[in-house]
Design a protein around this ligand. Structure first.
Ligand code: ADP
Length: 496
């Protein structure tokens, strides 16, 4: 009888489950959306029970769709929206507060206090992160403040903290296992990525008791078993990683210098830097990629705030296109942008500029500028922003990039991928199977269960990839990129 690995892909807007066969191919998927709560401007919350219920429903649904019983599952893997924070009662498994989502800015004040106490350098040195409400630590503080008596109960060991992986693991094992792994722990702001332990100085600064923290384990290996009553059979849970690290693994970026970029609403660029953490001079994040057989690997991470969202803006804000995919034909209808650059700094600029007051700008307009020029400039902006990050990574790591592996909705755009190769001067490689995040979780789980012996068994599972080779002469590349940098400079809040 064939056996399968199930990946649970718990995202920001939906919970998915995918079934992979021995060859690493997807045989069935199921997916359910859940409610987004916006209780105040800038706040984003989820109902932890709805996350769990939708995930369980997807797990049952995918088995049903494939006509497979849980007894034919070799392993379950989990990948999840990162940083989102849940606190629940250890005894009952009941959350004491909604899940505070990674996007939520509700802990900005707590972050400001940490900054005023001069903790910025300590945080960077110990966690590889920046003080920002994005990460989990200040969200835990917020919950302990918001719920009467929670601090005392946490100190007494009656409450559990977890990121979404930990929450799902707890529910799946019917409360038997309270654990996480390196990639998720490294997003909490309270985990020391060098000592590989929760950090006492930062726990003290945020008054978070150790008694509520999960045990941190390897990303691949036995975490526990799915309780019999949930799926009808006990299945080992043997792989966990946060979504971006899972995608890095799923893309096969398993040695130092390998880079993947996910082109969604924003972009997430991760470079594997091997067993040594790279310190960033340009404001990138240093993070744990995963731990396997007691050996951890690190990554550098950068993000572009507005990427595919630029194309949504061209569509919905300006009405220049009907669908995102129409952008490709429009961009190809002109040989270049006619000197137009669009810098979509709608919410400020991230690495390497870090200017929250910068705003979007379009430069180089002439009487001859057309719709097609603007659309092309919008697509090109995604590639330029990615090049900005690639340059930071190369500088910070001392590793040069030869191939960029891509995934995410907007990587389907061939024009964008070719321009990306041209403007970095590297090869862009797009796998046929774009489910690399789920594949990464399945791979960690399948390896952890001994279902696959080696990552290389999965090399072909993403199908033949499409390669885009750089075709642009070096001087032209330099001139185009210089134009982008000048356009960004003009969009900055203070001209220098
Ligand atoms: P997310 O997971 O962030 O919701 P997806 O990976 O689903 O994002 O990708 C959707 C994004 O990609 C949208 O912002 C959309 O504008 C953009 N997009 C989708 N298809 C294309 C395309 N063919 N060309 C350019 N952009 C695209």
């Amino acid at each position: 009888m064939n056996q399968y690995v199930m990946a649970l892909d718990q995202g920001t807007t939906s919970s998915r489950a995918l079934l992979f066969d021995q060859r690493g191919e997807v045989v069935a998927t199921d997916q359910y959306e859940f409610t987004q709560y916006f209780p105040q401007p800038g706040w984003v919350e989820h109902d932890p029970l709805e996350i769990w219920q939708s995930q369980l429903r997807a797990a049952r649904g995918v088995l049903e769709k494939a006509g497979v019983g849980a007894d034919r599952l070799a392993a379950v893997g989990i990948t999840n929206q990162r940083e989102t924070t849940i606190v629940w009662e250890r005894a009952s498994g009941k959350p004491i507060y909604p899940a505070i989502v990674w996007q939520s800015r509700q802990t900005a004040d707590i972050c400001e206090t940490l900054r005023q106490r001069g903790l910025e350098e300590e945080v960077r040195a110990r966690t590889g992160l920046l003080i920002d409400s994005y990460f989990s630590g200040t969200k835990v503080r917020f919950i302990l403040d918001a719920v009467e008596g929670a601090q005392e109960r946490a100190e007494a060991g009656d409450l559990c903290f977890g990121t979404v992986d930990t929450w799902l693991l707890y529910q799946l094992t019917a409360g038997r296992v309270h654990a996480t792994e390196y990639s998720n722990a490294s997003r909490t702001l309270i985990y020391n990525i060098h000592d590989r332990d929760w950090d006492d100085l930062l726990l003290g600064a945020l008054r978070i008791p150790r008694a509520m923290l999960p045990e941190v384990r390897d990303s691949s290996g036995v975490f526990g078993s799915v309780a019999q009553e949930l799926l009808g059979a006990e299945v080992p849970i043997t792989g966990i990683a946060g979504d971006q690290q899972a995608a890095l693994f799923g893309q096969g970026c398993v040695s130092a210098g390998m880079v993947k970029n996910t082109y969604g609403t924003g972009c997430f660029l991760l470079m594997n830097t091997g067993v040594e953490p790279a310190k960033s001079e340009s404001g990138l994040i240093t993070t744990l990629a995963w731990g396997i057989d007691g050996r951890v690997e690190y990554a550098l991470e950068g993000s572009v705030f507005v990427a595919g969202a630029t194309i949504q803006w061209l569509r919905d804000g300006l009405g220049l296109i009907e669908s995102a995919s129409d952008s490709e034909a429009a961009a190809r209808a002109v040989p270049n942008t006619g000197g137009v650059y669009l810098v979509p700094a709608f919410t400020g600029l991230g690495a390497p500029y870090w200017d929250e007051h910068a705003r979007g700008i379009i430069v180089g307009l002439t009487r001859g500028t057309t719709r097609e020029h603007l659309i092309r400039a919008g697509l090109e902006s995604i590639a330029y922003s990615t090049r900005d990050l690639v340059d930071c990574m190369a500088r910070d790591s001392g590793l040069s990039l030869e191939t960029l592996r891509v995934d995410g909705g907007a990587c389907r755009n061939d024009f964008l991928m070719q321009f990306q190769a041209d403007i970095i001067g590297c090869t862009v490689e797009r796998p046929q199977l774009l489910e690399v995040t789920a594949l990464g979780a399945a791979a960690l789980a399948g390896l952890g269960a001994g279902f696959w012996r080696d990552r290389s068994e999965l090399e072909r599972s993403t199908g033949p990839s499409t390669r885009f080779e750089a075709a642009c002469p070096a001087d032209e590349r330099a001139a185009l990129y210089a134009g982008w940098q000048e356009a960004v400079r003009r969009g900055r809040s203070s001209l220098s």
